[in-house]
Design a protein around this ligand. Structure first.
Ligand code: DAH
Length: 338
């Protein structure tokens, strides 16, 4: 290959023009191959120096050397320029606004009834009670007979029981938590101090004040020298802990087959008397059926609805709110909030 000054100058001009016209870093890669790499015209001219006669070699050497240096210099300049443009674009498109509020995810939480159950359990555990449990599918004998509710007693029909098939198995969905009293007395010797929170069932339609599946908490104490004054004091403490210190209780004579005497317990809350639950001294017949020495021991018991307790405490007027699980209801109890 012979070298010509005009050709070298035109190769240089082409390379510089191509570099100037490149608008992105990908384009520059091709420029490197076409105008700088081993197969580029100026690299080939450089290789051809060896075959040029000695007299003109130095001049061509300088010419080609300076042309290649210029191309390299412009290439580097353009690379730096385009890298800058790319970097500032990245900064713009990937900008993070550190002042934006974080994304909140809702937390799950306990149902208000569970919160109340835990609160009641804690408060009685603090008094030295144990928490007892029994099955929701209960024997008819424990749910009724052992509690002195005979087969023909109106209480059985009053309680709208769900009987479970086969009927010969004599199983019912427990209509109250009172059978846990019997289980406790059959399984353990006095002194007994237990509460039994749990699910209970009655064949009621769901409406503003009823639900076929509801919850009760039962209390049972059997010890030496237990009197109605102990019952009253315990209920007072219980009521004040749940509804507030200003709340007082009163007992109204009533009847339950498993207690004698029996009473309804009312609370004075928000300026009026409200019925809260049932209570009494454990009927001697029940104690005897459970093998308790009635010469030595007496006992008291009480039972109240947890839905009712929650409704009174928080002024809830519709049972549907407790049952249906709408988060707008549970959120007002702090559930699902950060
Ligand atoms: N078991 C009763 C009911 O479901 C409530 C009750 C009343 C429980 C008096 C008791 C009690 O322990 O002593 O209506």
């Amino acid at each position: 290959m012979s070298l010509e000054q005009g050709q070298i100058e035109s190769d240089l001009a082409k390379a510089l023009k191509a570099i100037a016209a490149t608008a992105d870093l990908d384009g520059l890669k091709q420029i490197k191959i076409d105008y700088i790499g081993d197969k580029s015209p100026l690299a080939k001219a450089n290789q051809a120096l060896a075959s040029v006669d000695a007299a003109s070699r130095a001049n061509f050497g300088k010419l080609i050397g300076s042309a290649r240096a210029q191309v390299n210099q412009e290439f580097e300049k353009k690379s730096a320029e385009l890298a800058n443009v790319r970097d500032s674009q990245v900064l713009l498109t990937e900008r993070v606004d550190v002042t934006l509020p974080g994304r909140r995810t809702l937390k799950g939480g306990l149902h208000p009834l569970t919160i109340l159950t835990n609160e009641i359990s804690d408060l009685f555990i603090g008094l030295g009670y144990k928490v007892a449990e029994g099955p929701e599918l209960e024997s008819e004998w424990l749910n009724f007979d052992a509690l002195n509710i005979p087969a023909d007693h109106p209480a059985r029909t009053m309680q709208d029981t769900f009987f479970v098939q086969p009927l010969e198995a004599k199983l019912v969905l427990r209509t109250h938590t009172s059978p846990v009293q019997i289980r406790t007395m059959l399984d353990h010797k006095p002194p007994l101090y237990v509460i039994c929170p749990g699910k209970t069932y009655r064949a009621d339609e769901l409406d503003a004040t009823h639900t076929p599946v509801f919850h009760q908490v039962e209390g049972l104490v059997v010890d030496e020298g237990i009197t109605m004054a102990d019952l009253k004091g315990t209920l007072d403490y219980f009521a004040k802990s749940i509804f507030g210190d200003e709340v007082t209780t009163r007992l109204r004579p009533s009847f339950f087959p498993f207690t004698e005497p029996s009473a309804e317990v009312d609370i004075f809350f928000n300026g009026r008397w409200i019925e809260w639950g049932g209570c009494g001294m454990v009927n001697e017949k029940v104690l005897i059926a459970c093998g308790v020495d009635t010469k030595k021991y007496t006992g008291f018991a009480f039972g109240m609805g947890l839905e009712r307790t929650l409704m009174v405490k928080h002024g809830i007027t519709d049972m549907h709110d407790i049952v249906e699980g709408d988060v707008r209801f549970t959120q007002s109890f702090g559930v699902g909030k950060k």
